[in-house]
Design a protein around this ligand. Structure first.
Ligand SMILES: [Zn+2]
Length: 337
């Protein structure tokens, strides 16, 4: 289920001030001109970090990078005139460099976060005259992959927030099911696109334990047959801010048999609801996680399975876990802590 959340979006007004008639001596500049060979180089201006695929849509800053603990984030930046090398710094917050520092002759460097958390990174250019100003900061979020698997499939752990269709057990469909995802005829094009995309990814994500395909119905209120998951609008919309909901209509000890996803018109929580309905995903409680998952808050997120979700699914299915698997099985397989 997902309830509508409104994110506050700050409005910023930029006011340009024109300063005229600035005084000063015409033959004695008060600062050295740019490019003077006796000064330290300027700050790199284009500093980026890339790791796990991240959605920043609707979430403000683009200066954000994410990785699983132990996996690399690649930083890169622009060349700065007169720089001889560059210093990359990573710390607990802005300015701090206590976590990682490296001197680099080139314009790129990989860093492997060794623990979960938020970090700040920046780069400075250097020459014999000194070290220049810092580039803009990049915020780095690193998450322990076992904690990610735990919230995604069990709704517990440091990022978990319940919301599982099959609490305490791995959710999902009975092995061998070729899910027919039945689409009502009045769904918006974007919802259909999401459904097609997420159904087509099902086989590769579960190592073909379960597959899915879409089928367009002429029924505005299609009822699921065995092996069906229907996607349609509520005939009578619910109250309480609910914008979409997944219902398990029939289930066995080895997984779902029939299900329905119902939506409220004017909202598109389809990726989130299909995360519940196709894969048994749960809820999380973290703004940073929201950028990494199909199960993002507010139902906004990419309209397909994210890289972090796909890799978690593949790890679970490759370890031999199947719907109905207990928490103990996750621990035995080393998938959670
Ligand atoms: Zn939900």
């Amino acid at each position: 289920m997902i309830r509508l959340r409104i994110f506050g979006i700050g409005a910023f007004a930029f006011i340009a001030l024109t300063v005229a008639g600035c005084g000063g001596s015409p033959d004695r500049p008060s600062t050295l001109p740019p490019g003077d060979p006796t000064t330290a180089p300027n700050a790199p201006t284009a500093f980026r970090g890339s790791g796990l695929e991240v959605s920043t849509e609707g979430l403000g800053s683009q200066e954000f990078a994410a990785a699983f603990v132990g996996e690399r984030i690649t930083f890169n930046w622009n060349r700065v005139e007169r720089a001889e090398d560059y210093i990359l710094e990573v710390g607990e917050g802005p300015v701090d460099s206590s976590v990682f520092t490296a001197t680099v002759p080139g314009l790129t460097l990989d860093w492997n976060p060794t623990r979960s958390g938020n970090f700040s990174a920046r780069v400075k250019a250097r020459n014999v005259q000194g070290v220049g100003q810092a580039s803009p900061e990049v915020t780095v979020f690193s998450v322990e992959p076992r904690d990610y698997v735990e919230w995604l499939f069990l709704g517990t752990g440091p990022h978990g927030s319940g919301g599982c269709a099959n609490p305490g057990l791995l959710g999902g469909w009975r092995p061998g099911t070729a899910i027919r995802l039945v689409l009502a005829p009045d769904l918006p094009a974007q919802t259909v696109q999401t459904a097609n995309s997420m159904a087509s990814e099902m086989g590769a994500s579960t190592l073909n334990v379960v597959t899915a395909h879409t089928s367009l119905s002429s029924d505005l209120d299609p009822q699921p047959q065995p092996g069906d998951l229907t996607l349609s609008f509520f005939v009578i919309p619910p109250t309480g801010g609910i914008v979409g909901q997944f219902f398990v209509i029939e289930s066995g000890s080895d997984g779902f048999r029939r299900g329905r996803v119902l939506l409220v018109r004017g909202n598109d929580p389809t990726p989130h609801e299909l995360g519940h309905a196709l894969y048994g995903f749960c809820h999380h409680a973290s703004a940073e996680i929201s950028r990494l998952t199909t199960m993002g808050a507010g139902g906004r997120i990419g309209f397909r399975l994210t890289e972090a979700d796909r890799r978690s699914l593949q790890a679970v299915y490759a370890a031999g876990l199947r719907p109905g698997a207990s928490r103990e099985r996750f621990v035995q397989a080393g998938l959670i802590r």
